[in-house]
Design a protein around this ligand. Structure first.
Ligand code: PRX
Length: 575
């Protein structure tokens, strides 16, 4: 095959790139040829070292006490090897699921790549999850091992009896002060013997790599299963949308328990050989600005909730810091309101560029490409290589007329698209109509081809950029001894976009009061997480249901949002 001479597209005009883009461009840049082996762990560490960047910093990590750790690409290469060997020595086989259940410590990042290097499937879970959230996801994936920290160990111990599959609990910060229990083993990454040569698992394009759990309206959370070739999408979008360049110092604020934290907090930047910073500390505007100033961050990927929280603090605090290193700002996870874009221009002299994608898409699919004219409030245009449209809500046919709201639909075929839902091929298949993958979001496209987000097409709640499924919360609520029935919906919130609101019917003879309300909130927080905890509870005598007995969340939601209730012909009786 003749060598194609691909032009350099970074910095080129969007329309120009559209004309010649193909996924082969990314493969070409990565030196990947069809049928080659491809292992994300290898591409992000060994390959970068081979390119002469062994001594370049891969990770600058700062903890909540201000402690700093730095690792070069060679450190990362060796330590991810050490983790891979450790897992092999435990007897973990390629294809087994290994969970990462940790705060944003270096072991989380390197553990992810180490698992992939030995052929395991990495299953990151948000460390703020409670025991029940953890159990559901470990049970579904039949996870063999879990990396965790001492502080999260009690949540794992709680559910151990129900998890025969879980053979190894690897504690990364054990100091020997308290004896470990059955199935538990200590692993100290920084003190571990560095492994210089490791035979990386010969994964191919379609070898499973990552399992990310995401919430839907019905049923339990589903594991979106990705494969190693996803790197081709993550690499090129990190380069062209996040605009990562050789000397950048990049900061992705997302936690790798969620897909942004892996696709663009691990794979995207490191496959580009970029130095990235991680802050493992709680949010305050002051802390964040200090972090940017101290590490001279140039490219920043964050979320609307965080931006709105910064807006609340005002521009005075911005002025106290030298943030002149910043050159490109990007956002994901929820609609980025026009005010936030305009505010960031005023505060940082730079607009936030909105990007849209999902756990299932694995990489950015619609975005405000650098250099493109930003229309504040719009998500931008499809990434070159992505064929997108909006389809009619009933016929699932593309809507030709501009400005009409439909469902966002994508033509399958880009490298990082999920390959199935773990153990749930049926629901996976249900996501496709007329050859289109349906995102479950509504939007319209304007005359210039820009996408405008309208809302979700289902009952999933987006709180602070995190999706929570009403079903999981309702199931947890039903386990509370006082509750007969419940329905959970999203309620508008100025910072988090939505918060969880629960409508609850109590069992006979139980009277609602403030204590009970707090008890219920705490019950959910402990079982699931603070995100899933209802911020508001409304006690009702009964819930609106269809004649067949299905709770109509839509009716409750419409009331919260002051919207039209829509068709209620199937409602059991008038509310
Ligand atoms: O509803 C959309 C919203 O977040 C959903 C995907 O969530 P998740 O799978 O957790 O992945 C989040 C990060 C990639 C979408 O279906 N969403 C994501 N980005 C945007 C958005 N809504 C509006 N504007 C966005 N830019």
């Amino acid at each position: 095959m003749a060598e194609i001479n691909y032009p350099e597209i970074q910095g080129k005009h969007y329309e120009e790139v559209l004309n010649f883009f193909s996924w082969d461009l990314s493969k070409h840049e990565l030196g990947f040829k069809e049928d080659d082996l491809i292992n994300i762990g290898e591409y992000c560490s060994d390959r970068i070292c081979r390119m002469g960047k062994s001594d370049k910093l891969a990770l600058i990590w700062e903890g909540h006490k201000g402690e700093i750790k730095k690792y070069t690409f060679n450190d990362m290469r060796q330590l991810t090897n050490s983790i891979a060997v450790f897992l092999q020595n435990l007897g973990i086989q390629p294809g087994e699921r290994v969970c990462l259940f940790m705060d944003k410590v270096p072991e989380l990042y390197f553990g992810f790549l180490g698992i992939l290097k030995m052929g395991g499937i990495a299953q990151p879970l948000f460390s703020a999850f409670g025991s029940e959230s953890l159990l559901t996801r470990l049970e579904d994936a039949q996870t063999s091992a879990i990396f965790t920290q001492k502080k999260h160990l009690p949540k794992v111990r709680n559910i151990l009896e129900k998890l025969n599959c879980l053979k190894h609990i690897i504690v990364v910060d054990d100091d020997g002060s308290k004896p470990l229990k059955e199935r538990e083993i200590a692993f100290n990454m920084d003190a571990s013997a560095r492994v210089d040569n490791f035979e990386i698992y010969p994964s191919k394009a379609e070898t499973p790599s990552v399992l990310h759990y995401t919430s839907g309206t019905t049923g339990r959370p589903k594991g979106a299963q990705h494969v190693h070739i996803s790197l081709v999408s993550q690499y090129i979008t990190a380069k062209y949308v996040l605009d990562l360049k050789e000397d950048d110092i990049y900061w992705c604020t997302a936690d790798p328990g969620w897909v942004t934290g892996t696709s663009y907090g691990i794979i995207g930047p490191w496959s580009n050989g970029i130095t990235q910073c991680v802050l493992d500390a709680g949010f305050t505007a002051e802390n964040w600005y200090k972090f940017i100033e101290k590490h001279k961050i140039t490219v920043w990927y964050s979320a609307p909730t965080a931006i709105r929280a910064l807006m609340k603090e005002g521009t005075e605090v911005v002025k106290k810091h030298n943030l002149s290193s910043l050159r490109h700002l990007t956002s994901v996870g929820e609609p980025l309101n026009a005010e936030a874009v305009l505010w960031s221009k005023e505060a940082f002299g730079l607009p936030f560029h909105d990007t849209f994608w999902q756990t299932e898409t694995g990489s950015i699919v619609i975005s405000n490409y650098p250099g493109m004219k930003i229309k504040p409030g719009s998500m931008g245009k499809p990434f070159p290589g992505i064929t997108a449209t909006v389809v009619d809500l009933k016929t699932y046919l593309p809507i030709e007329r501009r400005g009409i709201v439909g469902m966002i639909a994508l033509k399958p075929g880009w490298p990082s698209m999920f390959r199935t839902y773990w153990n749930n091929e049926e629901i996976y298949k249900g996501k496709f109509r007329n050859g289109w993958y349906l995102c479950g979001d509504r939007a319209s496209i304007d005359e210039d081809g820009y996408y405008w987000f309208v809302g979700r097409d289902d009952d999933v709640i987006n709180t602070a950029g995190h999706l929570v499924g009403p079903f999981e919360i309702e199931s947890a609520l039903l386990e509370h001894p006082a509750i007969a029935e419940s329905a959970v919906v999203g309620k508008p919130d100025p910072v988090n976009m939505e918060v969880v609101k629960a409508f609850i019917a109590l069992k006979p003879n139980i009277k609602p009061d403030k204590m009970l309300e707090l008890d219920i909130m705490n019950f959910v927080r402990k079982k699931l997480s603070a995100l899933a905890m209802p911020q508001e509870i409304e006690f009702v005598d009964k819930l609106p249901k269809t004649r067949s007995g299905k709770i109509m969340r839509r009716v409750l939601r419409a009331k919260e949002w002051g919207e039209e209730i829509g068709d209620i012909s199937t409602l059991e009786e008038d509310m």
